[in-house]
Design a protein around this ligand. Sequence first.
Ligand SMILES: [Zn+2]
Length: 316
Amino acid sequence: MTATRTVRTVLGDLAPGDLGVTDSHDHLFIRSPLLPGQELDDPVAAEAVLREYAAAGGHSFVQWTPRGMGRGAGDLAALSRATGVHVVAATGAHQAVHYPEDRFPAGTPGTTGGPAASADLAEHFVTELSTGLPGAREGVRAGLIKIADDAGPLTGHTRRTMAAAAEAYHATGAPIAVHLEPEGDPHGVLHRLHGRHGVDPDRIILGHLTRFTDRSLHRSLAAEGAFLALDSPARIGHPADLQAFEVIADLVEAGHAERLLLGADTTTRTAREVGGPTRLLTDLAPRLARTFGPELCELLLVANPAAALATDWRSP
Ligand SMILES: [Zn+2]
């Protein structure tokens, strides 16, 4: 790691050592036609979440909300400034089903309908990583690229999105965060991004690992060098999910502690009501510390996020 690696926050680039305790996968703002009535769209509520998180010991918050899903681009910098919490924003795109009326991505300048070409998407991603987010004041930039796997065979939309994410990674160095589906193929995602598109596995963060009950899968993904985000604590109503604690314990035992990140992934109002990101620090982290010692929490909440998010940013 060289001194030039930084984490790109909405208030500017940060030395990885300044990131501190980090919720590596969460949402202050998100909306999807799949979650009617559950929109996170209130800046006042978002500020309360960040203040509570900071009071519990949180320093940094990584929002995985991509383009066109109400990511609060115009509010993130002010919220970070008001609360003192570092915020990393995302570019990228989710599955097509999250965008109303097949408009993809909703709000993309110049696209009013139909599938966006991969090169056009890549250009939008690169602009948001290197110049700024539309709707924000100048220089409020994204610090990672969020994409999603499909449940089953990849759609054309997902293939184009993955190609565009890889192109934006090559242009900027930005890490890529991936939403996984329980019926999807995480190794297929890694092979597509790494084998086909040349993305370094160390720049890939896989999310929703607790959706997969096969422990050997977690281990083999970690062994390939990707970061694994254990992000289920706020995901109530997902009874099939394994508990993050069990998966973490298993991976630590297998020698993969340096690949693990923690996140609360608060995507609904209901999940926010039961604790949101603060629960990571008041519930999961103390349990991990009691079992494995405080060093493990330091690794999962501080050192690993710094390693996963810090990049030698390139100017396209
Ligand atoms: Zn998420």
